[in-house]
Ligand binder design. Structure first.
Ligand SMILES: Cc1cc2nc3c(=O)[nH]c(=O)nc-3n(C[C@H](O)[C@H](O)[C@H](O)COP(=O)(O)OP(=O)(O)OC[C@H]3O[C@@H](n4cnc5c(N)ncnc54)[C@H](O)[C@@H]3O)c2cc1C
Length: 303
């Protein structure tokens, strides 16, 4: 993979990174946005797509997903690189920045860092042989691929219960949770033909090649072992945030980086959105949008 060069790189495709990209495009700059995930939208579209957002200036109250679609309509998708997680940033002798990513290297003169709360990846079961198993899922875009299958859903929160309920009409569903009651609303699966195993944790996988054919679960009460045959496993243990380590001063609260009034942390590097800490600033979209606007104006002046 060669080195891709641009004048400006925006890192992070949440609402603030998307807004920054739209503004930089309007100014006619050579810019791209690198997003770690396979989708844009950050917290807005992944955590609350169905919630009404009514506090962003310039937008009528609307659902999170609609606001995301509005922001998406403002940007040129040709300037977006998805599945591209930035893993390191190095300043070079010529004062440009070299970014190492999961998809090769990039170089830019200026950086707008909008990685917000970080890149989220699913919490695994932590079992030997789990990685690379083709029929263990942590998210499902099309539940129909599990039609007619024996599916074991792990987890006790609302997303595990929702999946068990949704799969129930098309699959043979078992639900395993480590506590003796669900954290989510158990009423939603009441009366459904779901086999429920409470107070059990995943203990050992049985595999043929990269396919899991069964899983042993262990009682947290008396440590007895139970083997459940399966065609697929759906794990709902929540998300683990992973932050991009940056060599700049962090706020004492530990959340976000300190910067000047233009959000600059060093010449030509700006932190915007939830990644940037300022006394009294709320972690909301509008302050992040305003920061992006001020940071871009400052960069254009210094150019
Ligand atoms: C439940 C909930 C409800 C909310 N409701 C509102 C509301 O009503 N109004 C409001 O204004 N705000 C609301 N917020 C806050 C708002 O969502 C955040 O302030 C906003 O998402 C911050 O945007 P951001 O772009 O800075 O960061 P994020 O949304 O966190 O996006 C960061 C992006 O960067 C990507 N990324 C991270 N690390 C890397 C890396 N190393 N390389 C490449 N990409 C990376 C991530 O995958 C992500 O897409 C709410 C938040 C939550 C959790």
């Amino acid at each position: 993979m060669g080195m891709e060069r641009h004048e400006v790189i925006v890192v992070g495709g949440g609402p603030v990174g998307m807004h920054a990209l739209a503004l930089l495009e309007k100014k006619g700059l050579d810019v791209i946005l690198l997003e770690a995930s396979s989708v844009l939208g950050g917290q807005l579209d992944s955590l609350y797509p169905a919630k009404t957002v009514d506090d962003v200036k310039g937008y009528e109250p609307m659902k999170g997903h609609e606001l995301f679609l509005n922001l998406l309509a403002e940007i040129d998708k040709a300037h977006v690189r998805r599945n591209t997680k930035v893993t390191g940033i190095q300043k070079q002798e010529d004062q440009t920045f070299r970014l190492t990513t999961t998809q090769g290297e990039y170089q830019a003169k200026a950086l707008f860092l909008a990685t917000g709360l970080g890149f989220y990846h699913p919490r695994t079961m932590g079992l030997e042989g789990e990685q690379g198993t083709a029929n263990i899922f942590y998210a499902l875009s099309d539940p129909n691929i599990l039609e007619g299958k024996k599916v074991i859903v792990f987890g006790g929160g609302d997303s595990a219960l929702d999946w068990a309920k949704e799969l129930c009409p098309i699959a043979d569903v078992s639900l395993v949770h480590r506590r003796n009651e669900f954290r989510g609303d158990g009423h939603k699966i009441a009366g459904l033909p779901i086999k429920i195993y409470l107070s059990y944790i995943p203990a050992k996988l049985e595999k043929r090649g990269n396919i899991c054919t069964g899983i042993h679960i262990e009682s947290v009460i008396d440590h007895t072992d139970l083997r459940l045959p399966c065609d697929a496993i759906l794990v709902n243990f929540g998300l683990v945030p992973e932050s991009l380590p940056l060599p700049y001063e962090k706020a004492s609260s530990g959340f976000g980086y300190l910067s000047d009034e233009h959000s600059m942390v060093e010449p030509n590097v700006y932190v915007i959105g939830d990644l940037s800490y300022k006394e009294g600033k709320r972690k909301r979209m509008e302050p992040g949008f305003e920061e992006a606007e001020r940071a871009i104006a400052s960069y254009l002046l210094s150019r």
